[in-house]
Design a protein around this ligand. Structure first.
Ligand SMILES: Cc1ncc(COP(=O)(O)O)c(C=O)c1O
Length: 452
């Protein structure tokens, strides 16, 4: 391992792009990566290119974010123009046109009266912003005793304290102490015995939404501010909601005055064939988080769409007084906003959400050709997403998944994402039918053979 050198009394690295040591990589086994790095030099459309110029087909839209494909002309140009024209402008007490334009575009796209956009810089910030808005809303309508937040097992809402507290991924929580107080969790919705090899929403599991009634009975509705769920849980292996589940959650929330938050950081912007999953499932949440696809991954941005009643509840008091004491220096950053508007243009002009909807069956048919493979224990598909559970190596959970990812990149020119032993696929929405075929009938069979 490269070690720091002594320099004028302090221990310092020699600065060099070839020194992989000083970057402490998140959500990555650093030692394994640095021994056999997967380095990416550039990207275009459906492909990444490694340092030697070798093409790597992108099966995961980067990290579920590059929905329009990579380095798309109109988005690149908008970013370049904004960087030269307006590098930064505050959005506290000042404004700039692009952020208002983007807010109005999102409000038009979002279903129901999700008419207001609050901006931040990531999905994690979006989750925490939504939780804070929910708490502040309850207080502002005279329900200050509603401070409890309900998440779900196997939920992922980013890595900030609010998000990990309502999240349900054990590894993301156990190292970090007490979390925020007053949180409870619904059970997750996956049951392999009842749901194995589901295409779209599984038939089994609507009753799991009734667990919210149990939590209301336990804590009393007057203590509960909001429930947060991903319409489709992505990071814990692609778990589509059981048929009717989200509608049932909505009904129970309405009955008890509890806000419903959809975390659409992954499902937003066409991943499930619609602008938002809320539209696909016919359920309007009170708050809806987004990030990733809002700029097709090009510039960090996230946000929260809020229903009319939420915004209205804050617009009281003297006109000159701040209504919400929350925001980030880079809220609505001009370059991100310009990228967002250009991304919405690409989605609209190329009808990419419709395209995802039309490809859904082709995608699922192709994915299900792997059913029966001796290493495949379950396959789940919805929209342009697939989760493929591999049989774990005995006594070494997650090793087969890790090896599959390594071999895919180094030997088969393919980028995939893993959640332990689950392969997660979510290509850019510009993926062609030929590329879908290549993924499932060429790349994956070879990758699976390499980890048999
Ligand atoms: C549903 C969901 N919420 C929040 C996040 C966190 O987003 P970020 O990594 O941009 O903070 C993610 C990231 O994958 C996500 O899938």
């Amino acid at each position: 391992m490269n070690k720091p050198q002594s320099h004028a009394g302090a221990t310092k690295w020699e600065p060099s792009p070839n020194n992989l040591e000083p970057f402490w990589m998140g959500f990555t086994p650093n030692r394994a990566f640095k021994q056999r790095p997967r380095m990416i030099a550039r990207a275009k459309d459906m492909h990444y290119y490694d340092m030697g110029g070798r093409a790597v087909l992108d099966g995961s839209a980067g990290l579920w974010c590059c929905n329009a494909g990579h380095c798309r002309g109109p988005i690149v140009e908008a970013i370049q123009k904004s960087a030269a024209e307006l590098d930064f402008s505050p959005t506290f007490q000042y404004g700039h046109p692009k952020v208002f334009e983007l807010a109005s575009r999102l409000a038009t796209m979002a279903p129901g009266d999700l008419n207001y956009a609050f901006f931040c810089n990531s999905g994690s910030e979006a989750a925490d912003s939504a939780l804070k808005i929910a708490l502040a809303y309850q207080r502002s309508i005279g329900q200050a005793s509603r401070t409890r937040l309900i998440g779900r097992e196997r939920g992922y809402h980013g890595v900030n304290f609010g998000g990990i507290s309502v999240g349900g991924m054990v590894a993301n929580r156990k190292m970090f102490g007490a979390m925020i107080a007053g949180v409870d969790h619904l059970p997750h919705t996956y049951n392999r015995k009842e749901q194995a090899f589901s295409r779209g929403e599984p038939d089994w599991g609507v009753h799991l939404a009734d667990e919210l009634e149990r939590l209301v009975a336990l804590h009393d509705a007057s203590t509960i501010a909001a429930v947060i769920v991903e319409p489709m849980a992505g990071s814990t292996g692609v778990l589509a909601p059981p048929k009717g589940y989200l509608k049932r959650l909505r009904e129970i929330c309405d009955k008890h005055g509890i806000l419903l938050i959809f975390d659409e950081v992954i499902t937003g912007f066409g991943r499930l064939g619609h602008a938002f999953a809320a539209e696909r499932f016919g359920v309007i949440p009170d708050l809806l988080t987004f990030a990733k696809g809002v700029t097709s991954g090009t510039v960090p941005m996230g946000g929260v769409m809020c229903r009319q009643k939420i915004y209205d509840a804050f617009m009281t008091g003297p006109d000159h007084v701040i209504e919400l004491f929350h925001g980030y220096t880079y809220t609505g950053h001009p370059i991100a906003a310009a990228a967002g508007v250009a991304t919405m243009d690409v989605y609209r002009d190329e009808k990419l959400f419709e395209r995802a909807r039309k490809l859904e069956n082709v995608w699922a048919d192709a994915a299900f050709t792997l059913k029966g493979h001796p290493l495949v224990e379950d396959i789940r598909t919805i929209g342009l997403v697939a989760g493929i559970d591999l049989k774990p190596i005995e006594g070494k959970p997650a090793l087969r998944g890790y090896k599959a990812m390594e071999n895919a990149f180094h030997d088969h020119g393919f980028m995939l994402r893993i959640a332990a032993d689950t392969i997660e696929l979510s290509p850019p929405l510009i993926v062609s039918e030929n590329q879908i075929d290549e993924i499932f009938s060429d790349k994956l069979p070879k990758i699976l053979a390499s980890v048999a």
